[in-house]
Design a protein around this ligand. Structure first.
Ligand SMILES: [Zn+2]
Length: 130
């Protein structure tokens, strides 16, 4: 069986309800970041604590790729999700034929296979229509 490797160490975990993204929160001003940052980009504070983000958000915008890419066969989708924490996350999207993308629709994060590198199975986070 192929070794499963996350595309970015510490960016997501499997929580009780499913996949959860892991960001961090500035203890000085409260700003939340994903991916995690070393220094707050709002107040330049360096006291940040890890926080798990809401699993669900709203689709802000999306694009469908129709040209083959290095890792994805067309059609594939990418987009921005607005999370309740007030941040916007860029991610691949899962296409569901029964639920076409529409700005504002509810989306949830999942962990899924992205591509294979040799004998390694690269895992990443994606959002899909709820
Ligand atoms: Zn700050």
């Amino acid at each position: 069986m192929a070794e499963q490797v996350p595309i970015r160490e510490g960016a997501f975990v499997q929580g009780p309800e499913g996949a959860e993204l892991v960001g961090n929160r500035c203890q000085g001003c409260g700003q939340i970041f994903f991916p995690k940052v070393q220094t707050c980009l709002t107040c330049f504070g360096d006291n940040l604590e890890e926080t798990r983000l809401n699993r669900k958000g709203e689709l802000y915008s999306y694009a469908i790729g129709h040209m083959p890419s290095m890792h994805f066969q067309p059609p594939y989708a990418i987009g921005y999700i607005n999370l309740p924490e007030g941040i916007r996350v860029f991610a691949p999207l899962k296409i569901r034929d029964d639920k076409p993308f529409e700005a504002g629709m509810e989306m949830e994060v999942v962990i899924d296979h992205l591509w294979t590198e040799g004998d390694r199975d690269i895992l990443g986070y994606m959002f899909r229509p709820v």
